[in-house]
Design a protein around this ligand. Structure first.
Ligand SMILES: Cc1cc2nc3c(=O)[nH]c(=O)nc-3n(C[C@H](O)[C@H](O)[C@H](O)COP(=O)(O)O)c2cc1C
Ligand code: SF4
Length: 690
């Protein structure tokens, strides 16, 4: 198909200092969770984006010195010449596909704990980030940098920039964002200095300017010099000389950079979840930058719509369309627009499972794209899949996230696939969950698969088709895949933090009951020890529909796990705004006569809350009755020609949607594969030269 001329502007080349990007698609710096310890995985991960058409593909944050040690979070290093080869794997791979390679040189300053290097962290004035996030809090305060430390920092940046050039990078960054060292110099809370680096904005900007200067000197005319800058705080600060301090900073640095990469200041606002922020949410902060600089500007905002991208260019907000998550969800996004296949884009849903993988210190995962992070170790390509290994036909029972992904990938391989869905439509849990407040974008998981499946003549989907074990034995398929999902239990929570003691009776509900249309009376108590989105989203929904709602959790925060997905600060704001009473560190121990009894998780002290309906959002168990009915009938299965019976997704092990999609995809990839192909390759650091 031909490209829609409306999108031609996105494919114009952009000059960035001495180099030229082939188009306006820019995969911004984002960590892949792979570190230098997994150099082949990392290189292939980034290569796939270059193959998918991104004009520029960047690394994640790359530490320039052991004084910037983010362990146990997964950061890359360019500490010495030995580190060069690991990055060169990426630049070579990215260049093979005609893209530029960018590297984000990083010093974490007072935000890191140097747990591994055990060197004192550095900061402008000894001020530390008293983070409440468990990943970032610590008991090591930073040293206030003296003049010698500043000289040493500039030398580190210069040395790292030279190595970056040797590794083959085209764009070399100074990173002044997100609470890291150069950013700390920009903000007066961090920077209390009285020397030439503190006080006025011109002084606070000095370190960033010097970092840019030494970088340019180091890379000469070979590479472009980029500045990644967080502008949210600075934009909120009035200035006597400009509309805000952000304006002042950009104006002061305009002559020193080849490229502006502008973003927000904290991960929850910068990498904002779709539950609370729409596409393009950065614009209100960064919209002024282009008016102050002739240099190209790249910015982000979970851009998946080519029309929104064109809007950014035409309205003079950005020159390059930056993307982290959209390039994870669909590494081939630019190619699809180029080929007039924008309908095929696997749009990011904004769930932030990807950023949770970074918090978990593991290679990146994605709800929409099960192949991400698996490009090298499992040889999974997001757009290519091996042809069927046999003429087998496959029955997939259940059309939730796992069943749909499984059927799609099997269908793409060329298998004859039948999907039997008991409900009146496909989607499984997504049908209800995407109607919860803020979760409509998650419907893209279903929409994309539905659209792709419609093109496959070898996949037949039957709705309203509840199969029994006997039915399945009579259908004549070669392989049977059980993807029948899971259900919520009415179990409570013990002091040992184990689900125990099922609570039955009227007035006790689970999310499945709400999904099925149960009417709850006020006041409602939502009791959440699932800790992800379901409890708080249901509480919000009930409050929006006029209920009096209290939210109770044994954890210290509402939706405690969502600290990993950047949602938690806004979950708390949403509960507060909706007037929902919040009771943390509390277990429900009883429910009778219109009240629940709560026990403090640590002291056991009891309190009571009025309650007409108790909604328990606790634990889920597999809906595997069909599997259990079939599995013991091995002889009959063999007699019916069924060679394998397999559970996938929640029916195997209930979890987040990302796990279900992955499970379905893995089954499809591995069907008829030889045993050796089933294990994944283990990556290893390159051996040191000396
Ligand atoms: C998994 C993940 C890792 C990230 N790591 C980095 C990083 O190493 N350096 C950085 O400057 N920003 C990092 N970010 C932030 C992104 O570069 C980007 O600013 C943010 O995700 C918003 O862009 P998006 O809406 O296109 O995702 C990361 C984001 C994600 C999702
Ligand atoms: S994990 Fe979610 S937010 Fe991250 S890229 Fe995938 S779909 Fe987008």
């Amino acid at each position: 198909m031909a490209r829609n001329p409306r999108y031609d502007v996105l494919f114009e080349p952009v000059r960035i200092g001495p180099v030229t990007a082939r188009n306006r698609f820019y995969a911004v710096p984002h960590a892949a969770g792979m570190t230098n310890a997994m150099p082949h995985m990392r290189a292939r991960f980034r290569e796939t984006k270059a193959e998918g058409g991104w004009g520029v593909v960047c690394t994640g944050y790359v530490s320039i010195d052991p004084t910037a040690d983010d362990a146990p979070l997964p950061y890359a290093t360019l500490w010495d010449d030995d580190d060069i080869r690991s990055h060169a794997l990426m630049t070579e791979a990215v260049h093979r596909h005609g893209a530029l390679a960018g590297i984000e040189l990083w010093h974490g300053g007072g935000s890191v704990m140097n747990r591994l290097s055990r060197l004192p962290p550095l900061s402008p004035s000894g001020t530390s980030w008293m983070a409440t996030h468990v990943n970032f809090m610590g008991n090591q305060r930073p040293k206030a940098m003296d003049a010698e430390d500043i000289r040493a920092l500039l030398a580190m940046q210069a040395a790292a920039a030279r190595r970056a050039r040797s590794a083959g990078f085209d764009i070399v960054y100074v990173y002044a964002g997100m609470g890291y060292l150069p950013y700390e110099f920009l903000l007066p809370e961090w920077n209390l200095r009285t020397d030439a680096y503190g006080g006025s904005v011109a002084n606070r900007v000095r370190l960033v300017r010097e970092l840019l200067e030494v970088t340019r000197e180091a890379v000469g005319t070979t590479c472009a010099v980029a500045l990644r800058l967080s502008l949210e705080e600075l934009r909120a600060r009035p200035s006597e000389r400009a509309p805000s301090e952000a304006h002042e900073v950009v104006a002061l640095l305009s002559d020193t950079v080849d490229l502006w990469d502008v973003k927000l200041d904290s991960s929850p606002t910068d990498c904002a979840p779709s539950r609370f922020a729409p596409e393009g949410s950065h614009e209100k902060v960064i919209d002024f930058v282009k008016s102050l600089t002739p240099k190209p500007v790249v910015g982000v905002g979970r851009f998946t719509s080519p029309d929104a991208m064109v809007g950014q260019i035409r309205r003079g907000v950005l020159d390059l369309i930056g993307a982290a998550r959209p390039s994870i969800a669909d590494p081939f996004l630019p190619r699809k627009i180029d080929e007039g296949r924008e309908g095929d884009i696997r749009e990011c849903i904004g769930c932030n499972i990807c950023i949770s993988s970074w918090h978990d210190s593991v290679p990146v995962r994605c709800t929409q794209n099960p192949t991400i992070g698996e490009e090298w170790r499992r040889d999974w390509h997001p757009e290519r899949i091996a042809p069927a290994g046999s003429t087998a036909s496959v029955l997939v029972v259940g059309a939730g996230p796992a069943g749909l992904e499984c059927a799609l990938a099997l269908g793409q391989r060329g298998y004859e696939v039948t999907v039997a869905e008991a409900g009146d439509d496909i989607g499984g849990r997504l049908r209800f969950e995407t109607r919860l407040p803020g979760l409509s974008a998650w419907g893209r998981v279903l929409d994309w698969r539905r659209a792709q499946l419609q093109r496959l003549v070898n996949v037949n989907v039957y709705r309203g088709n509840r199969l029994t074990a006997d039915d399945i034995l009579g259908l004549g398929h070669t392989h049977v895949v059980i993807a029948t999902g899971a259900h919520w239990a009415r179990l409570l929570y013990s002091p040992l933090e184990i689900p125990v003691g099922e609570l039955e009776g009227s007035g006790v509900f689970t999310p499945d009951d709400v999904a099925a249309g149960a009417r709850l009376e006020s006041p409602v108590v939502v009791y959440d020890f699932d800790n992800y989105y379901m409890g708080s989203a249901l509480a919000e929904q009930l409050a929006q529909s006029g209920h009096v709602v209290s939210y109770v959790t044994p954890a210290g925060h509402a939706s405690a796990w969502t600290i990993m997905s950047n949602e938690q600060p806004q979950v708390h704001r949403a509960l507060f705004t909706a007037g929902i009473g919040l009771h943390t560190l509390s277990r429900v121990t009883a429910f009778a006569r219109g009240e629940v009894t709560l026990a403090n998780q640590f002291t056991g002290a009891e309190t009571r809350l009025e309650c007409a309906a108790l909604l328990i959002v606790g634990t889920r168990f597999a809906d595997d009755a069909l599997y259990a009915a079939l599995a013991p009938r091995a002889g009959e299965l063999a007699g019916a020609g069924i060679r394998s019976l397999t559970r996938i997704g929640d029916a195997l092990a209930p979890g987040a949607i990302v796990h279900a999609v992955y499970s379905g995809h893995r089954y499809a990839r591995e069907l008829d594969a030889d045993a050796a192909a089933l294990a994944y390759r283990r990556d290893a650091p390159l051996p040191r030269l000396a």
